[in-house]
Design a protein around this ligand. Sequence first.
Ligand code: LRH
Ligand code: MN
Ligand code: MN
Length: 388
Amino acid sequence: MADKTAVKSALRAQRIETPSWGYANSGTRFKVFGQPGVPRTPEEKIADAATVHRFTGVAPSVALHIPWDQVADFGALARYARDLGVEIGAINTNVFQDEDYKLGSVTNPDPAIRRKATDHLLEAIGIMDATGSRDLKLWFSDGLNYPGQDDLRDRQDRLAEALREAYDRLGDGRRMLLEYKLFEPAFYATDIPDWGTAYAHCVELGPKATVCIDTGHHAPGTNIEFIVAFLLRAGKLGAFDFNSRFYADDDLMAGAADPFQLFRIMYEIVRGDGLGESSGIRFMLDQCHNIERKIPATIRSVMNVQEATAKALLVDRDALRAAQREGNVLEANAVLMDAYNTDVRPLLAEVRAEAGLDENPVAAYHRSGYQQKIEAERVGGRQAGWGA
Ligand code: LRH
Ligand code: MN
Ligand code: MN
C-alpha cells in the first residue's frame, strides 16, 4: 500500500504552470469566439493566472508567449506577477506568425530569414534574463507541404545551427525546452516531427537542452508513457505541455479526452522520480478554451492533472513489482487498475482543506465574484494571437 502521508505531501508539493494564452480569446481556423471579461493586456492574463493559483494552490507560475505578451519592461512585469503571488515561467517563442516564415523560420532556405528567426530566439533569452525565467521553450512550425519543396537534410543542418546559437547564449541555470509536433501547419514533413528528432538535437546541444512533450502532438494511438519513460531514463525529459486531443492538436482541457492516458503518463513520472521540483521537469498546460469559460476551465484542468497524479501515487509499487517479477500478467494489470479506479477526490479535498483552500476550487471560483468583476471591468478582450 502506498503511504497516505507521503502521497499527500507529494500532492501538496506538485506545481502546474498555466499558459497566458489560455486566458485570452481563442478559436479554430473557422472562428474566434469572443468571451466577456477576457484579458486585454499581459498584466490581466497574469491576474487570471494568479486567480487560478489562489483557488488551486498548485499553479504558482504562468508561461509567456512572445510577442503575444510583449511589454516594454519585462522586469516590471515579473514584479507585478510576484506581487500577485505568481512567477513568470517558461518563455515561449513565436516564429510562426510572420509572412517571412511561410517557407520556414530557422530552417528557411533564405539566410536573412533564418537570421531574423534566430534573433527572435535570442530576444526571448534576453526576456528570460529580465523575468528570471529558467526555461526557453521552442516550437517551430517549420516543415514542408510537398515532396521536393526543400532539402530535408539541409533543413536539419540549418535547425542545428540556430539551436546552437541560442543554446550558447543561455545563461547559468537556464534551459532550453525543445518541443516536437508531427503535423500542422506543415503536412508532408515537419522539421521536428517526433521525440526522437528533438532528443537527438538535445543530446547534440548539451545538458541544458531537454525535450518538451506536448500531449496533443502525436499520431493517434502513440504510447506517450513510453516516451516519458525513455526520456526520463535518459535524463532528457524537460517539460510537458498538457492538453487533450480527440483528433489532432485539439488543445482541449487536460484529462478531458483520455484521463487514463494522463494517469499512465503520471505513473511513469512517479516511477521515474520525476514529480518533485528537484527533477527539474516542468508540468505546464498548453490549451485554449474556445467555448467554455477560461478560468474555471483552467482550474478544472489543474484538478484533472492532480487527480491523475494522485492515482499514480497510489499505485502499490511493491505489489506491482512482485507481480511483474513473477510474470503474473493479470495481477500486475490489476494493481495498476486498482489505483486508476480509486476515487481520489476525497483525498484531494483533504489536501486542499489542510492547505487552507476550498475543497472544491471550481465552486469556490464561481462564488468568489471574480468572473462578474472581470466581465464588468474589462471591455474589448484580446485574442490570444491565432485564428483571426
Ligand atoms: C504548437 C504549440 C506550441 C505553441 C503553442 C501555442 O502547436 O503547442 O507549444 O507555442 O502551441
Ligand atoms: Mn505546445
Ligand atoms: Mn500544440
